[in-house]
Design a protein around this ligand. Structure first.
Ligand code: TRH
Length: 401
């Protein structure tokens, strides 16, 4: 894939910030690290604005961070995905995709369903675009067998490829920008940079002996119990909660002190600042997919609240990740971490003291894991390589193999 090549990413926001979080991060990396011309089509620009405050919601098309962002408008009633989630079919403001020239590579994020007339335009191109369906991240082993598999279109001369993020070399890897480790290490080794970051979100510098925890999430039945344990504990805990649904009655700048717990509501910050928050904290509570990956790159102990799915399908994914992540960790620490994660994803009271007494082992393992992630290759690089290989093999990359 050559620099200057055109890529389209389509993103339908189902809920929360994961779909757009992944799409926006990938779009920025493809533009910044590979010099590609990227258009991001998003059906809910207001969600993107939370992660990217520069976005002007009054404009249909605009360039931000090297990416051309387009509003993508609802055309017809929603359809049901196999996952049980409802998603709309979309068109542009004119409802006429035949006037939009498809890019060289087209990414359909999370099976969001491309507009039919856009697909027709893809098929009409002399050199067919590479068509990628970017799937959700999972640590399950079946992912390796399905990654990069082709699916010929039933009627048109097009092939869609299923690209699975994952944690091994036989998968697509996870998103990780070039130079990320160096950026993180420079930040974490600079007390001035860390203090400047705290100050930027209205917090004083950390105090000796204090533990700083970021707590991003949505409704969670285990929250009250955890706050009680922190309040009753002997160690000073500063808990930073991004403004949102976890504590809907409190707003940025508000908070409370209870026993050893000092809780602050902090602003929901742009994606690059969210990284700094994860890098600066001692432990991070994260969510769905993108914050989960960023916590791994932060190389700090973390706790994942997985996106809940029907019939507890998420439980299998959670176990699969734990099995992979905990392999090679000190056994007592691994058991405490598994128990804590399961309780944070259920309704039992999470046993914080039992987890945190393994702090040193957790920290060491988090650093090893971040290095292991790098070995799997990052998702954007893997995607660019994959599309380049198709191009070499077939000449017309999206044509049936
Ligand atoms: O919000 P999430 O739970 O998102 C999702 C969606 O529910 C989606 O439908 C589902 O499929 C997916 O999870 C698995 O969690 P996630 O993925 O971590 O997205 C949050 C994004 O918000 C992420 O890009 C980080 C970003 N963010 C900021 O940029 N600033 C902030 O202050 C915070 C707290 C988050």
């Amino acid at each position: 894939m050559s620099s200057g090549q055109r890529w389209d990413i389509f993103c339908a926001v189902i809920d929360n910030y994961g779909d757009i979080g992944v799409s926006w991060r990938l779009a920025r990396q493809l533009a910044a690290d590979f010099g590609l011309q990227v258009r991001l089509w998003v059906d809910d620009p207001a969600s993107l604005k939370k992660l990217c405050p520069e976005l002007d919601l009054s404009r249909e098309i605009q360039a931000v961070s090297g990416v051309e962002i387009h509003s993508w408008h609802m055309e017809s009633p929603s359809v049901c995905r196999p996952s049980g989630r409802h998603v709309g079919l979309k068109a542009d403001i004119h409802g006429d995709w035949m006037r939009v020239e498809p890019a060289d590579v087209v990414i359909e994020a999370f099976g969001c369903t491309l507009p039919e007339s856009y697909v027709q335009a893809m098929a009409a191109r002399a050199v067919k675009p590479v068509w990628i369906n970017l799937e959700y991240l999972s640590a399950e082993s079946w992912v390796e067998g399905c990654h990069a598999k082709p699916s010929p279109h039933p009627r048109l001369p097009l092939t869609k490829y299923f690209f699975f993020p994952g944690f091994t070399r036989a998968t697509g890897g996870v998103i990780g920008e070039h130079g990320l480790r160096a950026q993180r290490q420079a930040f974490q080794s600079s007390p001035e940079a860390i203090d400047a970051f705290w100050s930027s979100i209205g917090l004083p510098p950390g105090q000796p002996g204090e533990i700083r925890v970021s707590l991003f999430g949505y409704e969670n039945a285990a929250l009250a119990g955890l706050l009680d344990v922190w309040a009753a504990g002997e160690t000073a805990i500063t808990c930073l909660v991004p403004e949102g649904r976890l504590m809907p009655d409190l707003h940025a700048g508000q908070g409370f002190q209870r026993g050893s717990l000092n809780l602050h509501i902090i602003p929901f910050v742009p994606q690059p600042d969210y990284d700094r928050l994860l890098w600066a904290c001692d432990c991070n509570f994260v969510r769905g997919e993108d914050s989960f990956v960023r916590a791994q790159w932060a190389a700090k102990p973390f706790v994942w609240h997985i996106y809940p799915q029907a019939e507890a399908a998420h439980q299998v994914k959670l176990d699969a990740f734990l099995d992979r992540y905990l392999a090679g960790m000190d056994q007592a620490a691994a058991e405490a971490m598994r128990a804590f994660w399961l309780s944070w994803n259920g309704v039992e009271n999470p046993n914080w003291p039992d987890l945190w007494r393994h702090r040193v082992a957790l920290e060491r393992h988090a650093q090893d894991w971040a290095l292991h992630l790098e070995e799997s290759g990052d998702l954007a690089s893997n995607l660019v390589d994959f599309c380049g290989q198709l191009h070499l093999k077939h000449g017309a990359p999206g044509a049936a193999p």
